[in-house]
Design a protein around this ligand. Structure first.
Ligand code: ARG
Length: 570
């Protein structure tokens, strides 16, 4: 059902016959355009580039080729408009092939094997222990999870890693504060909020008592030396934090294959330092050990502090080497805010300087900030919006909308959860990653605009049509009933689903799929608006229902890739 490739082959054949020269099918395939509007053809081939080799004016070439191309069976006609050759699909054949393709592959429709089973390690979410999980963390979490699904969909094997920020001098400070002013019950009860309070308190108190810094350093040293008491407190902070993060991950439906935080690399750092030294990459600077990156026009990468402590960079280098050894990845992606651009650029170069060609497969996937609409989102905690509160509010606002519109809906709570959470995720994924996200409840929860609820609502509409129609499967679909412009637009969209996921994988951009689901939902709603689906004419009804079933499947699949559930009723 590769209409475009069939067409490219036919054009190549005609060019070959006309000029005696072999024409390259791939090149022609690449040159074929998809006009924005079907009135200019479903595919168009511009003849400008042939002018040089064929030594004729492009419109003349277009005319000659138009007469010479032997159309593949799925095409109805070709038209020449100046230098363009416009090709029109035979709509009933096209519709039939798209439907058959979807029926044959079911939920696997659109999947490809571009990745050839290669491993892609995706480092995402990765929040810091004892710190709040805020809206900023939402982005890495949902973008990372979408990329995880996208890469699987195109035939890679995704491996999701949560590189928790669970090691560093801050834990010495936190233990100091806890020992001095904390109580076990308070941490048990208030979790991260209490840990945060202690951390802030530490910083306030050091202004008066600078010697607290020494105490903190001593605690961190004890952690590094394997001191039991220090490690037990630290471990407990990690557990308390993970319990809270776990609640958010449950709400978002996000999972990880590995929770290997920075502390996991404690016993792997010395080997990195040794290797860097052996490769003559370490130089001493003001008591610390660095890798000089001036030949890459970058500031130096700090590896060892003057007191022997290692750093964020060192742990990331150790992690990359470990992941390459352990998973033999084809690609490694790191999803973080763009303010870490330099960090990644630096440590990627260090790996390259160590002589590893696979440094080229390390990719930082940055994203923009989330800004909040004029304080409307602030909570008692000030301008830091906690994820759990935000998600809870999305659910309760959605429930209120359901109560208003469809109070008798079965399983309201579960639907409110799918739609409320889906709305927040969709809002985050609707634009190119690098763009900042402005959070507005009105837009996030709009059932009409370009939103998650709109797509979910359209999906639920397809489900209810299928349910009303009963389950009898339609065989022998008469696609002559599916040639109207609205149906044709839908088929064109269904046809490119796989290509869209491939494009999203190549660009590491989930928004391509988010936009696609909106386009498909809009196309379907136009069709639905203009056509009665459950008509009395059995053949017409059967054909239209086959279309509805295909839209249902692809909308659900697209939302699923984004990490959004598609309830069958709303
Ligand atoms: N914990 C870091 C933060 O919250 C993100 C870690 C990203 N992953 C990595 N391998 N450096 O900023």
């Amino acid at each position: 059902m590769d209409f475009k490739r069939d067409l490219a082959a036919a054009i190549a054949k005609a060019i070959g016959a006309g000029s005696g020269a072999e024409a390259d099918i791939d090149e022609i395939f690449g040159a074929i355009e998809t006009p924005p509007d079907s009135s200019l053809g479903d595919y168009a081939f511009p003849c400008f580039r042939l002018a040089k080799t064929m030594r004729k004016a492009p419109p003349v070439i277009a005319l000659e080729l138009g007469g010479a191309v032997e159309l593949p069976p799925s095409f109805e006609r070709a038209e020449t408009v100046s230098a363009y050759l416009n090709f029109y699909l035979r709509r009933e054949v096209f519709a039939g092939e798209v439907l058959a393709g979807i029926a044959a592959r079911g939920e696997a429709y659109g999947m490809s094997d571009i990745g050839g089973g290669g491993a892609v390690v995706i480092d995402y979410s990765s929040p810091n222990i004892a710190k709040n999980f805020h809206v900023g963390h939402l982005r890495t979490t949902v973008i990372g999870r979408a990329l995880y699904n996208i890469m699987n969909f195109v035939g890679y094997r995704s491996i999701g890693i949560n590189h928790l920020g669970d090691w560093g001098t801050q834990f010495g400070k936190l233990i100091t504060a806890f020992k001095r002013w904390g109580a076990r019950e308070d941490v048990e009860r208030d979790g991260i909020q209490e840990l945060n309070r202690l951390y802030v308190l530490f910083h306030d108190e050091t202004k008066e008592q600078p010697e607290l810094e020494d105490e903190a350093r001593a605690w961190f040293l004890r952690m590094q030396n394997g001191d039991e008491e220090a490690l037990a407190i630290w471990k407990w902070f990690v557990e308390v934090s993970l319990k809270e993060f776990g609640r958010i991950y449950d709400l978002l439906g996000v999972e990880f294959d590995h929770f290997t935080g920075e502390s996991f690399y404690n016993d792997k750092r010395d080997a990195v330092v040794d290797e860097l030294r052996a490769k003559n990459l370490l130089v001493q600077s003001e008591g610390a050990w660095i890798v000089d990156l001036s030949r890459h026009n970058m500031p130096p990468c700090l590896i060892l502090r003057s007191d022997g402590g290692t750093l964020y960079h060192t742990r990331d280098i150790a992690a990359a080497l470990y992941r390459k050894r352990e998973f033999g990845f084809a690609k490694a992606l790191y999803v973080t805010a763009m303010d870490q651009n330099l960090h990644f650029a630096q440590f990627f170069r260090v790996i390259e300087d160590m002589g590893y060609a696979w440094a080229a497969e390390l990719t930082h996937v940055p994203y923009g900030l989330v800004s909040l609409e004029s304080g409307k989102l602030s909570t008692r905690t000030g301008n830091v919006i906690l994820m759990e509160e935000l998600l809870g509010e999305a659910i309760s606002r959605t429930l209120a909308i359901i109560e208003e519109r469809n109070p008798s809906l079965e399983g309201k709570e579960a639907v409110a959860r799918d739609v409320g959470i889906g709305a927040v995720i969709f809002n985050d994924l609707y634009n190119s990653r690098i763009k900042d996200v402005v959070f507005s409840w009105e837009r996030v929860l709009s059932f009409e605009g370009e939103s998650g609820p709109y797509v979910q609502y359209t999906h639920a509409r397809t489900c209810s049509l299928l349910e009303k129609a009963g389950t009898a499967p339609v065989v022998d679909i008469d696609t002559a009933h599916l040639c109207d412009p609205q149906a044709f637009e839908i088929f064109k969209l269904l046809h490119i689903f796989g290509e869209k996921v491939q494009e999203a994988a190549a660009k590491l951009e989930p928004y391509i799929i988010a936009r696609y689901t909106v386009d498909l939902a809009q196309a379907f709603n136009k069709f639905y608006h203009d056509n009665q689906i459950l008509t009395d004419d059995a053949r017409q009804r059967g054909a239209r229902l086959a279309l509805v079933a295909s839209v249902q499947l692809v909308l659900k699949s697209g939302l699923g890739i984004l990490g959004i559930n598609a309830p069958s009723k709303m």
